[in-house]
Design a protein around this ligand. Structure first.
Ligand code: UD1
Length: 420
C-alpha cells in the first residue's frame, strides 16, 4: 500500500487552488440516475470515491464518459439495473445515495449496507424512515436492504437529526414522487443546496434547500443539464490549517467564503490573519497561536470533517484547547496517532483537551480515516524529522493530489508507491 512521507517543512507560502467538492459531487452523481438526457458536470474532483461512484452508475446501466480532467458526461436514459454490486457498496458509504434515485425511477432497489470511514456507527434509519413515509415497503435481511413502491407518494418527513445523507436521499426520491414532500429538520449544508440547484436544472421542483424545511413537488420526468460543482470547503479548510500550523502565508483560491465561516473564525481566534478577496482567502499564520475551542455541529456550525485537522493545529496553540465532537461518536482515532508524535491530548467521552504547544516528532502513523489522514500530514509538516503516514488509500478517497498541492506551497512531502 502507498505511504506518504512528510518531512519538517518551512512555513508554507504561495497559492493553491481548491478542487470541486467531494461531498457535493457524490450525491450529484447519484442524482444523475434521475435524468434521462445527457448531463455535463464540471469541476468534478479527481478522487477514488468519485471513481467508485462512477463505477456504481455504470453497473446500473448509465453511460459515463470522461471528456477531460474535471469533467464528466453521464447519460442514464438506459438505466435498467436496480441492484448495486456488493463490492462497490462496501467500498464507500455514499454509494447508498443511489437508493433514493433508483427507488423513485425504477420502483425498486436492492443494496447491501454501505461501507466507508470507520467513524462510529453510521446507521441509515433516517434514510429508510423517509422512504417509508413516501410509501416504500422495505425489507431488511442480513445486511441486504430491498425497497419497492410502484409510485412514491409525497409526504411529510421529520428527521430526528439533520442528517446530510438522509436529506439528500429523501430529496432525490421525492423529485419523481406524486405530489408534495416536506422534509423537516433537514440538513442545511452547502452540499444540500448544490444538490438542490442541480436537481432544479434537471427540471425538479425543490424549494427551501439551505433552510431546515425543504419542499419538493414531484414531476413526471427529469432531463439533462450542464452543472459545475461547488468548491470543496473541507479541502479549502485543510489548506488553511496547513498555512496556520506552519506559520505560513497562503492564498487559498476557488473558495466560497460564506461556507468557510466557522473555520475562519477559529483561525482568527487563534491569532491568524485572514483576508478575503473575491473567491480567495489569504491565511497568514502567527508564531504562537492562542488556545481555541471547537464544537462540531451540523452546518452552519463547525464541520466534523475539519475536527481532526484542527486537533493537529491545537498541538501548536499555547494553553489548553478543546474539541467537542457532537456529530459522530467515535471520531478521535487520530488522537492516538498524534500522541505517538508527542502530542499531549486527553480524551473524556466526546471531549478532547489538547495541551500545547508541543514539539512533535516524526513517527510512523496510520490514517484511520480520510480526515484523520489529513490531520497526520498537517502534523508531519511541523514534526521534527520524518513522518510516514500509512493507509493512504483513505486520504486518496477525498483529497485531489494533496501531496502535489502541498509541495507547490513548499512542503517536503512525497509518496512511496507500492511498486517502489
Ligand atoms: C456526510 C458527509 C461526511 C460528514 C457528515 C456530517 C458525504 C458523502 N459525507 O456523511 O463527510 O462527516 O455528512 O457532516 O456527504 N445518522 C443516523 N441515522 C441515519 C443517518 C445518520 O443516526 O440514518 C447519524 C450518524 O450516525 C451521525 C449523524 O447522524 O452521527 C450525522 O450523519 P450524516 O449527516 O448522515 O452523515 P453522512 O451523510 O453519512
Amino acid at each position: 500500500m502507498d505511504k506518504i512521507v512528510v518531512e519538517k517543512s518551512p512555513a508554507l507560502k504561495g497559492r493553491v487552488r481548491v478542487s470541486g467538492s467531494k461531498n457535493a459531487a457524490l450525491p450529484i452523481l447519484a442524482a444523475c440516475l434521475l435524468g434521462t438526457e445527457d448531463i455535463y458536470l464540471d469541476e468534478v474532483p479527481d478522487l477514488e470515491d468519485i471513481r467508485v461512484m462512477c463505477e456504481v452508475l455504470e453497473s446500473l446501466g448509465s453511460k459515463v464518459s470522461y471528456p477531460e480532467k474535471g469533467k464528466l458526461i453521464i447519460n442514464s436514459g438506459g438505466l435498467k439495473e436496480y441492484k448495486t454490486p456488493f463490492e462497490l457498496m462496501n467500498k464507500m458509504r455514499a454509494s447508498f445515495l443511489v437508493m433514493g434515485p433508483l427507488l423513485t425511477r425504477l420502483g425498486r432497489t436492492e443494496n447491501s449496507l454501505p461501507g466507508g470511514c470507520a467513524i462510529g456507527s453510521r446507521p441509515i434509519d433516517y434514510h429508510l424512515k423517509g422512504f417509508r413515509a413516501l410509501g416504500a415497503e422495505i425489507e431488511e435481511d442480513f445486511g441486504n436492504i430491498t425497497a419497492h413502491a410502484k409510485k412514491l407518494k409525497g409526504s411529510r418527513v421529520y428527521l430526528d437529526f439533520p442528517s446530510v445523507g438522509a436529506t439528500e436521499n429523501i430529496m432525490m426520491a421525492a423529485v419523481l414522487a406524486e405530489g408534495e414532500t416536506i422534509i423537516e429538520n433537514a440538513a442545511k449544508e452547502p452540499e444540500i443546496v448544490d444538490l438542490s440547484n442541480f436537481l432544479r436544472k434537471l427540471g425538479a421542483k425543490v424549494m427551501g434547500a439551505g433552510t431546515s424545511t425543504i419542499r419538493i413537488n414531484g414531476v413526471e420526468k427529469l432531463g439533462g443539464a450542464r452543472y459545475s460543482i461547488i468548491p470543496d470547503r473541507i479541502e479549502a479548510g485543510t489548506f488553511m490549517v496547513a498555512a496556520a500550523i506552519t506559520g505560513g502565508d497562503v492564498l487559498v483560491e476557488n473558495v466560497i467564503s460564506s461556507h468557510m465561516l466557522p473555520m475562519m473564525a477559529k483561525l482568527e481566534e487563534a491569532g491568524c490573519t485572514l483576508t478575503e478577496d473575491g473567491d480567495s482567502i489569504r491565511v497568514q499564520g502567527v508564531a504562537a497561536p492562542r488556545e481555541i475551542e471547537v464544537k462540531t455541529l451540523p452546518y452552519p456550525g463547525f464541520p466534523t470533517d475539519m475536527q481532526a485537522q484542527f486537533t493537529a493545529f491545537m498541538t501548536q496553540c499555547k494553553g489548553s484547547s478543546e474539541v467537542i465532537e457532537t456529530v459522530f461518536e467515535n471520531r478521535f482515532m487520530h488522537v492516538e496517532e498524534l500522541q505517538k508524535m508527542g502530542a499531549e491530548i486527553r480524551i473524556e467521552d466526546r471531549r478532547a483537551t489538547v495541551f500545547g504547544p508541543s514539539q512533535l516528532t516524526g513517527a510512523t502513523v496510520k490514517a484511520s480515516d480520510l480526515r484523520a489522514g489529513a490531520a497526520l500530514i498537517l502534523a508531519g509538516l511541523i514534526a521534527e524529522g520524518k513522518t510516514t503516514v500509512t493507509a493512504v488509500h483513505h486520504i486518496d478517497r477525498g483529497y485531489d493530489r494533496i501531496e502535489e498541492k502541498l509541495r507547490g506551497l513548499g512542503a517536503k512531502i512525497y509518496r512511496i508507491s507500492e511498486e517502489d
